[in-house]
Design a protein around this ligand. Structure first.
Ligand code: HEC
Ligand code: HEC
Length: 385
């Protein structure tokens, strides 16, 4: 039993990228050193600055949003909503993905195959207005930079992180610091990880059976590798990037249609065969990141299993009814299967064993503005700007 589960993940270990000289990573023992762009080497000072910025409401135009309010540690670095809601209280099309272990994820976001850099990605919520205004800093950069130049710990934190710059408080430096912090939020002490590292008692028998079911049902063909987000290639190796697949969540017109506002990879490529294809999410911490799928329309993990078992989701009512099982663009591996109550229970135990609950309260990652022992305690929105 043990070998099956171990093979599932250890095969994923990629060769480590060259370590960043001078920076001491505090990684789970079995995680490779993440790739880091040469233009933004890791430093402890940058990570500290990035952590303050990640959780700072001053980084949104009205003081009501921070990265951390949508990517909240206790919720597995998600927001718990079906879809994200930005500063103007307008709903995003998509569900907020977890940013745990995001240093290892590529490409980024649900359906943009060209977005590989954390430094670039975060400019979307920070500055962007498409599909929604998330933090609203675009067009107000000077106002927000002025806040940071004068307030709180920032003059010192920026000077420490970027000692060679006369005026380090720029959007580019903010992006570099936040990306450096994001690369440190790695969670790898789940029962599954402990099992992998040799503790045979860490996973319950049910969770171990669930791991075997997961492989036997072909789930690992798309959710493969150490982070359960990479497809397995024909030769059995783990692919270098996540795949995009249509899992049969919708069929709004009997011809494979997805809701018009959010049709997946086709919106980027223009290829009709890409309709309904979204990036495979990592299943690490999945028990903490409810609700599920790109638009948050599957409430529980048990519902996820029901939908896979019937070979696609039946949407019986609402704005987009239809039977996703008949979607012609659905991946051929989503064929359905018989799922006994015992299998369901075991798979749910396996999902729980993939979740590193303790890491979601790890003091290294928590909001520094809220730390009880921090004199700057100032974390309740809205704040004075
Ligand atoms: C209003 C809520 C909201 C805010 C604020 C927000 N995000 Fe996100 N984040 C999202 C959503 C929604 C997505 C998915 C977008 C998509 O797929 O189109 C996302 C995606 C991401 C991803 C990609 C994760 C992955 O699995 O590929 C990262 C990294 C990220 N956000 C970091 C940040 C950072 C850093 C900030 C602050 C500058 C931030 N986010 C602010 C909601 C938010
Ligand atoms: C053909 C590739 C493929 C296969 C096979 C597959 N998945 Fe997925 N899985 C995906 C993709 C892609 C998504 C996201 C779909 C979307 O949001 O439109 C997903 C989403 C999920 C989610 C939701 C995660 C989240 O954070 O929203 C879970 C849980 C999941 N799959 C579990 C499974 C299980 C269990 C199996 C086996 C029964 C399985 N998957 C088989 C590709 C696959």
């Amino acid at each position: 039993m043990r070998r099956v589960v171990a093979a599932l993940a250890l095969s994923a270990c990629r060769p480590a990228d060259p370590p960043d000289p001078g920076y001491v990573w505090d990684l789970p023992a079995h995680f490779p050193v993440p790739a880091v762009p040469a233009s933004n080497p890791m430093t402890t000072e940058k990570v500290t600055l990035g952590r303050f910025l990640f959780y700072d409401f001053k980084l949104s135009i009205d003081g009501r949003r921070s990265c951390g309010i949508c990517h909240e540690p206790a919720k597995g670095f998600t927001d718990g909503f079906a879809v994200a809601v930005g500063v103007e209280n307008v709903a995003h099309d998509r569900n907020t993905p977890s940013t745990t272990n995001v240093a290892y994820r590529s490409p980024l976001t649900w359906r943009d195959p060209d977005l590989w850099s954390l430094e670039e990605q975060l400019l979307v919520p920070l500055l962007g207005d498409d599909p929604i205004v998330e933090m609203g800093v675009g067009g107000h950069e000077d106002e927000v930079l002025a806040r940071l130049r004068s307030q709180g710990p920032y003059p010192d934190l920026f000077a420490d992180a970027f000692p060679d710059d006369d005026d380090p408080v720029t959007i580019e430096r903010i992006a570099m610091a936040i990306a450096a912090f994001e690369r440190t939020v790695n969670t790898g002490a789940s029962p599954f990880d402990q099992h992998l590292l040799g503790d045979d008692g860490a996973m319950s028998d049910g969770a171990k059976r669930g791991a075997e079911r997961f492989e036997a049902l072909g789930c690992g063909q798309c959710h493969g590798g150490l982070f359960f987000d990479r497809p397995i290639e024909g030769d059995g190796t783990v692919a270098g990037a996540s795949g995009y697949f249509n899992t049969g969540l919708y069929d709004v017109d009997g011809m494979g249609g997805y809701p018009p506002n959010d049709q997946g990879l086709v919106e980027v490529t223009g290829d009709p065969a890409d309709t309904g294809r979204f990036r495979t999410p990592s299943l690490r911490n999945v028990a903490a990141t409810t609700p599920y799928m790109h638009d948050g329309t599957t409430p529980t993990l048990s519902d996820v299993l029901t939908d896979y078992a019937r070979g696609g989701r039946l949407v019986a009512s609402g704005a987009y009814p239809g039977d996703g099982a008949g979607n012609p663009y659905k991946d051929p591996r989503i064929t359905g299967f018989v799922l006994s109550d015992a299998d369901r229970a075991d798979l749910l135990l396996f999902f729980d064993a993939l979740t590193d609950w303790a890491s979601l309260e790890d003091p290294r990652f928590e909001d520094p503005w809220c730390a009880d022992d921090d004199p700057r305690h100032d974390c309740v929105p809205p704040i004075d700007l």
